[in-house]
Design a protein around this ligand. Structure first.
Ligand SMILES: Cc1ncc(COP(=O)(O)O)c(C=O)c1O
Length: 362
């Protein structure tokens, strides 16, 4: 499949910007980027990170460490400011304004629609089936892709946010087949580490139209670092690189990201996953005994979606007790729904106490 044939022609034709760090060596005497020769801050971290200099556009060590963790080739990985930037870049590269479309399957992560709207791309919704654990209706999805010649991106999320359900390999490959020659399938795997499913990135050599999004924000406990990765065919990566800002990752981000995926963090990650599993099981057990809870979707990620008698009331009650949970009740199919993140044991204890009191009050 020729990826360039579905990308915006302006992006394919454009001669990409060559930054100082891209077009010359980054050592020796650097007089090619109008930087200051030293920093004005007397701080060891500023000196160590050379914050007076522009950072590497795609830092080699971080890129290779993440490629190793995700078991892909470095040429198939682009470092981004979180998955949010990956979504934005894909939309800008592949959707012609007022012409092309994306497909999303709601309820899902809200940024697909936002990125498309900013790009003036059409948003086609193939709603998930609430009655069926919010599974995607794959027959309807296939028909929607076939019916619309200008679909360029199909966003799939596994585990999905906010319902937590997974997309199987068979389902993914069926969508990839339908998209052959016309669209990219974006598998957003922001939460995949929380479940036992394997990443779709092992399929990228087989399917050039497959894009996988990964992030350090969730299971790597580093949302504040703002680091994610787009994993795709090298031709897709090359196109995204034309559009990404010249220096997307601050030196401080790179430093923090390397720490976030260091050996120490890797050994703690298993404990964290176990804490989430246990916390979720206990919370589901507690919630299932509350008479104001109508439905629970425990899903495969670090959150629980539930339908309650009065979502706004529960959210406000929690807020009054200093606990923020997320109100989804105004979204289609999510009437009465709230989502709560599995926090620490102490945080969940506080939440249980607040919800217990809520039940007794109601
Ligand atoms: C499904 C999904 N994708 C992407 C993101 C964005 O993650 P990042 O912090 O990597 O930008 C989120 C954030 O909540 C998410 O839920």
């Amino acid at each position: 499949m020729d990826i360039n044939s579905i990308a915006r022609p302006e992006i394919v034709a454009m001669k990409p910007y060559q930054s100082a760090r891209n077009s010359a060596a980054a050592d020796g005497i650097l007089l090619n980027a109008n930087e200051a020769p030293f920093s004005l801050v007397d701080d060891p971290d500023w000196q160590r990170l050379c914050l007076n200099r522009y950072p590497s556009p795609q830092p080699v060590l971080l890129r290779s460490r993440l490629a190793e963790i995700y078991a892909v080739d470095e040429s198939n990985l682009l470092l981004t400011r979180g998955s949010d930037e990956g979504i934005d870049l894909l939309t800008r590269v592949f959707c012609r304004p007022y012409k092309d479309a994306i497909i999303e399957c709601t309820p899902c992560f809200g940024m697909y629609r936002i990125a498309a709207t900013i790009q003036a791309a059409q948003v086609i919704d193939v709603p998930r089936q609430a009655k069926n654990g919010f599974q995607i209706d794959f027959l309807k999805l296939q028909r929607a892709i076939e019916a619309q010649p200008y679909v360029r991106l199909v966003f799939l999320t596994s585990p999905n946010n906010p319902s937590g359900d997974l997309i199987s390999r068979v389902q993914l490959e069926a969508v990839l087949k339908v998209c052959e020659g016309k669209a990219l399938v974006v598998m957003d795997e922001a939460y995949i580490e929380f479940c036992t499913a394997t990443s779709a990135s092992e399929l990228i050599n087989q399917w050039p139209q497959l894009v996988v999004l990964r992030t350090l924000s969730k299971a790597w406990a580093a949302a504040g670092v703002r680091c994610g990765a787009v994993i795709a065919d090298a031709a897709v990566i090359e196109l995204l690189q034309r559009v990404i800002a010249p220096y997307p990752l601050a030196a401080t981000t790179v430093d923090a990201a390397l720490l976030a995926i260091s050996g120490d963090a890797i050994s703690r990650q298993q404990q964290f996953m176990e804490m989430v599993r246990q916390g979720k099981t206990a919370m589901v057990e507690f919630l299932s005994k509350q008479e104001w809870v109508r439905e629970i979707w425990q899903g495969e990620a670090n959150f629980i979606l539930l339908r309650v008698a009065d979502a706004v009331d529960v959210v406000n009650w929690c807020a009054d007790n200093g606990i923020q949970i997320r109100d989804f009740s105004s979204q289609p199919q999510l009437e009465g729904c709230v989502r709560l993140t599995i926090g620490s044991t102490d945080e969940l204890h506080a939440l249980r106490l607040a919800l217990q009191a809520y039940g007794e009050r109601a």
